[in-house]
Ligand binder design. Structure first.
Ligand SMILES: O=C(O)CCC(=O)C(=O)O
Length: 263
């Protein structure tokens, strides 16, 4: 009989196919959930930017005129009145995340963001030197984490679609060890067996990914993209390993300690 440890590692191996898919127990998010998230995003950003965004297209146009590819996103607060936080606690998602991480929901911390990729003409302007994650990279966000993404706008190829190399989280050739940006040819030359997946879907399309696999957003050349990103971490790792604005899924909201709230 296989030991529990072995079974768990086998599950991770077989997660090559799991590494990108519709969540089997979480259908695409509904139109009304998407509308609520977009509405909330526009209200919070109107306030933060002292500009009234009546529609998501007005938001995109504002940042396009400033040549910003990936404007600063909106973070979940972890509180009950925050729709980003609510979706991050949906049992249909957290059951799957908990199974993948191999820990109970009470031990999971989340960081949830909505942000955009904007179609800009010519060279984009970076915010704080951030390139917008549109080159291939691996994440190391902790030692046990997983991400769930939800498109909030219809996303076809050219609309800032997400790309990833399936199963590339299972093997790391020596020349791909450094954590940096890579171009497609470098990855293919080290791992010719890999195939690139372009993730497209309508607003509400939901997928889960082990982002140790090589992945990236793409700079839009047709339309702009809005996306929800939910990162789930094993909370037993030291707090400095994961990002700001994380909260525990299982704790009552008022007792929750949000990391980095003053940063
Ligand atoms: O915007 C995307 O599609 C990719 C984002 C990304 O690289 C990440 O969340 O690690």
């Amino acid at each position: 009989m296989a030991s529990p440890k072995r079974e768990r590692s086998e599950k991770r191996e077989s997660s090559a196919g799991f590494s990108i898919s519709h969540l089997p127990c979480s259908p695409p998010r509904t139109q009304s959930e998407v509308a609520e998230l977009v509405d909330h995003f526009l209200r919070q950003k109107s306030h933060a930017d002292s500009t009234v965004y009546r529609t998501v297209n007005e938001y995109f146009a504002y940042w396009r005129s400033r040549s910003i590819l990936r404007p600063t996103g909106l973070q979940a607060t972890g509180q009950a009145n925050c729709p980003l936080s609510r979706i991050s606690r949906d049992p249909a998602i957290t059951a799957l995340v908990s199974e993948y991480l191999g820990i109970p929901v009470e031990r999971i911390r989340a960081q949830v963001t909505i942000d955009a990729l904007i179609r800009v003409a010519g060279k984009s302007v970076q915010i704080d030197g951030y390139d917008g994650a549109v080159e291939f990279h691996r994440d190391i966000d902790c030692w046990n984490w997983i991400k769930v993404f939800v498109y909030l706008t219809d996303t076809s190829e050219g609309d800032g679609h997400h790309e990833m190399f399936q199963a590339s989280h299972l093997r790391t050739p020596i020349r791909l060890i450094p954590i940096r940006r890579y171009d497609r040819a470098e990855i293919i030359s080290a791992m010719p067996e890999l195939e690139l997946t372009k993730v497209c879907g309508p607003a509400g399309f939901t997928f889960i990914e082990n982002t140790f696999a090589f992945h990236r957003g793409t700079a839009p050349w047709k339309s702009d993209r809005l996306m929800l990103t939910m990162t789930y971490y094993d909370e037993s790792y030291p707090v400095w390993l994961y990002g700001d604005h994380t909260y525990l899924l299982g704790k009552p909201v008022d007792d929750n300690i949000l990391t980095g709230q003053n940063s």
